[in-house]
Design a protein around this ligand. Structure first.
Ligand code: PLP
Length: 392
């Protein structure tokens, strides 16, 4: 057997283990200090009532012969795909049911989609970035070029800052920077991809956090995107599904390269290698899109938005430069006093017992930056920001 030696090219995922190591060392030395974790990318509020009720009912269905469900359609039940189609229509985007593929989350789909692309393609990935894009391509041995995201471009690189690539990753609202592309900027990427016959993999996992209605929630709001883009969505942050697992990917029928229809390829890939998301979870996901569910998840998102605004107000008061926080649960700040991100991590930990995420963990352009998240509790967010303000 010849193993895939590309795996030996992967860097150790050192970020969260190193954070855990430093935090436990500090806690052992200072058991009296109450640590506040502002680095987590996981939600803290529970599933909303509408989702729980739907999942309970689905469990009852599964216990009766008349309503029992065995294997379902690999690409998702129509009751859920229909709701997703309506959700898109609210933003003026028309998608067919056959273009919607329900999955167990965006991470799996972002990795699995690479089955459809040759290993000779060049990949363009913004830096800093959600590490999954880089690692999944290293596993396949593809050539990666990076598009610099920095303060000068508002952490939103445009095509002119990058070389030519076949596969382009865009994440908006972005993890880790919280930056969001506007329509003009996305149009530039769409035109570029159509011109060079590239594909854009658009990660919209945080679209629900967009408060400014002039900003696009979906790349399919941009003219020309249907011939060059695939969109990945997730209920993880939208509706607290991080542990429940459900997402969806939209692959337009017009996405065609030579003889190859990407929508048909993905259908074939999914029906061959995936057996669908459980009926129970899809029933819960359907409830997210009901009026009652929508109201309840909006309340949760409003809670996180309030946390984000408490963080951005504190940074404004301290005169610290940042992106994000307005249309995103992430706030990406420049480390004060020119500190590098690990030194700032240690400073915050030892001086005010706040744990954040060093930007260096997301790529070289994150070296002098730091990520805070709005997913803590309101109390903790207020306390943490008071501590930060007093530090000065
Ligand atoms: N995409 C981005 C940008 C993320 O930050 C995350 C999770 O943190 C994911 C995708 C994964 O989402 P899911 O939980 O649906 O797999």
């Amino acid at each position: 057997m010849i193993p895939n030696t590309n795996y030996s090219q992967l860097k150790e995922s050192y970020l969260f283990s190193e954070i855990a190591r430093r935090v436990s060392q500090y806690s052992a030395a200072h058991p009296e200090k109450k640590l506040i974790r502002m680095g987590i990318g996981d939600v803290t509020l529970p599933l909303c009532k509408a989702v729980v009720a739907a999942m309970k009912q689905a469990a009852e269905d599964m216990g009766e012969a008349a309503t029992f469900h065995g294997y379902g359609p690999e690409q998702g039940y129509d009751f859920l795909r229909g709701k997703i189609k309506e959700y898109y229509a609210e933003n003026g985007v028309s998608v067919d049911l056959e273009e919607i593929f329900v999955s167990d989350g965006a991470k799996s789909d972002l990795g699995n989609i690479l089955d459809l692309f040759d290993k000779e393609n060049t990949v363009l990935i913004p830096n800093p970035v959600y590490p999954v894009y880089v690692d999944t391509n290293i596993m396949d041995g593809r050539k990666i070029i990076f598009a610099d995201a920095n303060e000068a471009n508002g952490f939103l690189p445009l095509p002119d800052s990058a070389g030519k690539a076949d596969i382009i990753y865009l994440c908006s609202p972005n993890n880790p920077t919280g930056a969001v592309y506007n329509r003009d900027q996305l149009k530039q990427w769409v035109d570029y991809a159509n011109k060079y016959h590239s594909v854009i993999l658009f990660d919209a996992a945080y679209e629900a956090f967009i408060a400014d209605n002039t900003l696009p929630r979906s790349i399919f709001e941009i003219e020309g995107a249907r011939t060059c883009a695939i969109e990945f969505c997730s209920l993880s942050k939208t509706a607290g599904f991080t542990g429940t697992r459900c997402g969806y990917t939209v692959v337009p029928k017009q996405l065609v390269f030579g003889e190859m229809h990407v929508n048909k390829m993905w259908l074939r890939r999914q029906t061959t290698k995936f057996n669908g998301v459980s009926y129970l979870v899809q029933k819960g996901a359907e409830a997210v899109f009901t009026p009652e569910g929508r109201k309840q998840i909006e309340e949760n998102i409003a809670y996180y938005r309030k946390n984000a605004s408490i963080i951005t107000q504190a940074l404004d008061a301290l005169g610290i430069w940042y992106t994000g926080g307005k249309n995103s649960p992430y706030i990406w700040l420049r480390c004060p006093d020119e500190l590098d991100s690990w030194t700032f991590f240690d400073t915050l930990l030892t001086e005010v017992a706040i744990v954040g995420t060093p930007g260096a963990g997301f790529g070289k352009n994150g070296d002098k930056y730091f990520r805070l998240t709005a997913f803590s509790s309101l109390d903790n967010t207020i306390t943490a920001m008071n501590r930060l303000k007093k530090r000065k």
